[in-house]
Design a protein around this ligand. Structure first.
Ligand code: NAD
Length: 250
């Protein structure tokens, strides 16, 4: 198992891509800290990991709050003694409006949850990883960290920002043993889309935007995140990797 003896943390781990990644980390032998604002669903993920013979802990954290991100790392170390791997994944969609009509409130909310959160999490994760001999951080950006998408300005700006943060972190810490990369999923069928009230015709329209002809699955993103988090990716840092069914090739 590639993560035997390692401690991994996943934000937004109660659902979708974060949940799939927490389960894969555990399957590969990591002790996993499952973190989210949704406690009941997070505890279910912990239970599933334990039933599969793994070890996990739920820690509630709202990643838009720096003190929660700091506490998350603290609780991880209290329980498992170290932090080796972090997947900064928690995120939300945004108000569907062009820039001129986008509310200031929604702009601030999306930037707080999708961008500032990644800075807060990285800050405290890096401080800990430096103390325990390095680690690997993967940040969840999006295809919309590389290109625009009409009526999604806050989301697009936040996800581009995540790529910038990833590059800067890698410049500063790769020589100190912390690799930092970003992943860019295209449209993945998770509650992020389904709970935004999208109907089947919208899914079919979105599927056509992907040369592969369908939306992605959370597990297909988790595979890439797992590889980037592992020593198999030992020379990979500061990079953006898409898992996008060819979306960005167009
Ligand atoms: P999801 O809604 O299934 O999961 C997101 C999780 O984040 C939820 O469990 C939610 O409770 C949690 N969360 C929301 N706000 C939070 C906060 N303030 N603090 C802590 N946790 C919070 O969605 P998903 O599709 O799995 O999204 C995960 C990540 O993937 C997001 O960053 C999203 O932007 C990104 N992404 C998703 C898609 C897609 O099409 N689904 C595409 C590209 C990128």
């Amino acid at each position: 198992k590639i993560f035997s003896g390692k401690v991994a943390l996943v934000t937004g781990a109660s659902s979708g891509i974060g949940k799939a990644t927490a389960l894969q980390y555990a399957r590969e032998g990591a002790q996993v800290v499952v973190s989210d604002i949704q406690e009941a669903k997070g505890l279910e993920v912990v239970e599933e990991i334990k039933q599969n013979g793994g070890d996990a802990l739920f820690v509630k954290a709202d990643v838009s709050k720096p003190e929660d991100c700091q506490n998350l790392v603290k609780k991880t170390v209290e329980q498992y003694g170290q932090l080796n791997i972090a997947f900064n994944n928690a995120g939300i969609g945004g108000e569907a409006n062009p820039v001129g009509d986008l509310s200031i409130k929604n702009w601030n909310k999306v930037i707080a949850i999708n961008l500032s959160s990644v800075f807060y999490c990285m800050k405290y994760q890096i401080q800990q990883m430096l103390q325990n001999g390095g680690g690997a951080i993967v940040n969840n950006s999006s295809i919309l960290g590389q290109v625009g998408f009409a009526n999604s300005a806050a989301y697009v700006a936040a996800k581009h920002g995540v790529v910038g943060l990833t590059k800067n972190g890698a410049l500063e810490y790769s020589a100190k043993g912390i690799r930092i990369n970003a992943v860019g999923p295209a449209f993945i069928k998770t509650p992020l889309l389904t709970e935004a009230g999208m109907q089947e015709d919208t899914f079919q329209m979105l599927a056509r935007l992907h040369p592969i002809g369908r939306l992605g699955q959370s597990e297909e993103v988790a595979e890439l995140v797992t590889w980037l988090s592992s020593d198999k990716a030992s020379f990979v840092t500061g990079a953006y990797y898409a898992a996008d069914g060819g979306y960005l090739a167009q």
